[in-house]
Design a protein around this ligand. Structure first.
Ligand SMILES: [Ca+2]
Ligand SMILES: [Ca+2]
Length: 288
């Protein structure tokens, strides 16, 4: 009897949602009538499990309330698309490159500093002659053209664009750059903002990169990469770094295994060096 009423819904409904729920009800008739609520995944079916069998049938008859036309998808997305910006899904979506073969997206137990949020963050640099690059294809919606990312610099080097540097690229163009050096140590998480309105309504490649030379270690930690409007965001927390000299090598007990850096990767370092050569006089004080 119960089954017949459900079948009636299946035949009488034109909504895809109702069809699906009805189909579920047909496929899992025993679950819907006699199982405990924890066994039923659908919230609407879950409710009915608190009633008797006759009440169950009543609840299902009410399901057409769900019938709605789906919101039509816009042909051009208005929202920006940048996925897994907090790295909480590990390496999902991001492409990683480390010239020394390091994993760049790490859990808190493998990081020198606590993540800005969650349990995951990215660790760039941290080794000699290290090129670390994270990248993903993003869509910059017209109303959300400000790139934000939280960074934490822990370096023992002196400030010089020929030594340790970092920055953000859109495609092959430098859009943000700073020196990794002791004078710029952040001793905590600091948010950077980058105006990407020049790329509004475009799909582009975002790269976040750090480059180190052969002496005096520099670490760059990243978390909570996002695209949004220019609204202000609350300041981040700060924490002292106990020892800037710790490197990935000493921390994780892994020796260097240098991998030849490709021409393309060298191109990024060249581009960021050229950026510094052209803009160093105009950079904010913290980056000089
Ligand atoms: Ca995180
Ligand atoms: Ca260095």
């Amino acid at each position: 009897m119960v089954r017949r009423k459900r079948l009636h819904i299946l035949i009488g409904s034109t909504s895809g949602v109702v069809f699906l729920l009805a189909l579920l009800a047909v496929v899992f008739p025993i679950t819907a009538t006699s199982a405990t609520s924890s066994d039923v995944m659908d919230p609407y079916l879950q409710e009915q499990t608190t009633f008797s069998e006759s009440a169950t049938v009543e609840a299902i008859v009410l399901l057409p309330v769900l019938r709605r036309d789906p919101t039509p998808s816009p042909t051009t997305p208005s929202q920006s698309i940048l996925l897994n910006g907090g790295f909480e899904q590990g390496s999902e979506v991001w492409d990683s490159y480390s010239s020394n073969g390091w994993q760049l997206i790490l859990k808190d137990v493998d990081l020198l500093v606590p993540p800005h949020n969650g349990r995951w963050a990215a660790w760039l640099g941290g080794d000699n002659y290290e090129t670390s690059i994270l990248s993903q294809e993003i869509y910059i919606g017209a109303g959300a053209t400000t790139l934000r990312y939280w960074h934490w610099i822990a370096s023992e080097d002196v400030c010089n664009p020929d030594y340790d540097i970092a920055g953000a690229f859109i495609n092959d163009t430098v859009v943000d750059a700073f020196l990794l050096c002791a004078a710029n140590n952040s001793n905590g998480w600091i948010m950077r903002t980058v105006d990407l309105s020049a790329y509004a309504a475009q799909s582009v490649t975002l790269l976040l990169a750090a480059f180190t030379d052969g002496v005096l270690n520099s670490n760059l930690f990243l978390d909570d990469v996002s695209l949004g409007s220019m609204e202000p965001v609350a300041p981040g927390r700060t924490m002292e770094v106990a020892d800037n000299t710790i490197t990935k090598s000493t921390f994780l007990g892994i020796s260097d295994n240098s991998i030849e850096v490709t021409e393309e990767i060298n191109g990024y370092r060249t581009a960021i060096n050229e950026f510094f050569a052209a803009n160093l006089g105009n950079l904010p004080a913290e980056n000089k």
